[in-house]
Ligand binder design. Structure first.
Ligand SMILES: Nc1ncnc2c1ncn2[C@@H]1O[C@H](COP(=O)(O)OP(=O)(O)OP(=O)(O)O)[C@@H](O)[C@H]1O
Length: 343
């Protein structure tokens, strides 16, 4: 039996705006996604902000009703059999909510174990196991208010696992977590998978998805644009050459000029302080050095380097391909290693 089986899943949000002349606006957050997750698999949903990742997860964990399509989790329909689904899943979302600050980690886990109906005899053993899994053993008697973001996040995971769910939904677990803590978090997630739990992870950190996931669905604009193993996604861009150009003051028109060159397959921009780094993906055998520099005529340029494509380049290519050519350019900053693309 599959852990997750989503078929043409859809969700349209309707919201009313304006008070004088109220009107209803519709957002098609998820537009018919189909994918399957095998038991024991660590499956990644990767996409820019607003892609529809959280909405998809919320439909699968029964917090939101689909407006179209269907999904089964461990064989139970999410719309018609939500109680059975809930009993067998766990949900962990990024951020600070959901823990009692003034209580210790141990007391938080005891409280939630009680709430989730974990057998009293089982509680102590389970809590010890989970503190161990999440690397919190030794710190469990400290109040949560003194915990770092990474520790809180691992405590969230422990909480989500108290009732031994077979499928765990992890929504952006490493958001706002520093790189060292993020590495520990990834170790926890990898251990979870090694223990046989099916994990559906949403992230917009490419490296996280690359390191952890068995398969990745790239979602943009509410649709799945690619679904494959990290290796095969990377292979898609192996025949490409990537050039990074440092620029000062490149505008939309310059970038549009580069995009229009034959042989160019994608351009992303990252703002690093006062310098912009343009990443140009092109066909390997296209000699675009001159034309690209021509398109940047009048822009002050810094270092120009060529490198091998990475999974991040594959992701940029997929998301860029998904966005219409007149859509805003993807931009990344130091804290957000992936581009944000208008869905
Ligand atoms: N409750 C809501 N009402 C109206 N629109 C919504 C609601 N929740 C989300 N949306 C819209 O639906 C789209 C998808 O949002 P969703 O949160 O699923 O994306 P996401 O991929 O999880 O993005 P992020 O990484 O920013 O969390 C966005 O355009 C968002 O603005």
């Amino acid at each position: 039996m599959l852990a997750i089986d989503a078929h043409k899943l859809r969700r349209t949000y309707r919201s009313r705006t304006g008070w004088l002349r109220p009107r209803t606006t519709e957002t098609e957050a998820v537009r018919g996604v189909t994918f399957q997750v095998r038991r024991g698999e660590l499956f990644g949903l990767l996409g820019p902000n607003g892609a529809g990742k959280t909405t998809t997860i919320k439909m699968l964990n029964t917090l939101l009703l689909p407006t179209g399509g269907a999904a089964r989790v461990l064989g139970h329909d999410v719309a018609t059999d939500p109680v059975a689904v809930r009993r067998r899943i766990g949900y962990v979302f990024g951020g600070d909510r959901g823990l009692y600050e003034r209580l210790s980690a141990l007391d938080n886990l005891r409280y939630f174990a009680e709430l989730y109906g974990v057998e009293p005899r089982e509680q102590k053993r389970r809590i010890t196991e989970l503190l161990d899994l999440t690397g919190l053993t030794g710190r469990e008697r400290e109040r949560v208010e003194g915990y770092s973001r990474g520790m809180r996040q691992r405590l969230h995971i422990a909480r989500g696992l108290l009732h031994r769910p077979e499928v765990l939904f992890l929504d952006e677990p490493s958001i706002g977590v520093d790189p060292v803590a993020a590495r520990e978090l990834r170790r926890t997630v990898a251990d979870l998978r090694a223990g046989g739990t099916t994990v559906l992870l949403t992230t917009h950190y490419m490296a996280e998805a690359d390191e952890l996931c068995d398969r990745i669905a790239v979602i943009a604009g509410g649709e799945i644009r690619a679904l494959d193993t990290p290796e095969r996604l990377k292979a898609r861009v192996q025949e490409r050459a990537v050039t990074e150009i440092e620029a000062y003051g490149a505008a939309e028109e310059h970038l549009a000029g580069i995009r229009a060159l034959p042989g160019v397959r994608g351009v992303a921009v990252e703002d690093r302080g006062h310098v912009q780094v343009l990443t140009v993906q092109a066909e390997r055998d296209a000699d675009l050095h001159g034309p690209v520099l021509g398109a940047l005529d009048g822009v002050r340029l810094g270092r120009i380097t060529s490198r091998e494509p990475t999974l991040e380049d594959a992701y940029v290519a997929i998301v860029e391909g998904a966005a219409a050519h007149d859509a805003p350019l993807p931009r990344t900053g130091p804290e957000t290693p992936l581009p944000e693309v208008a869905a």
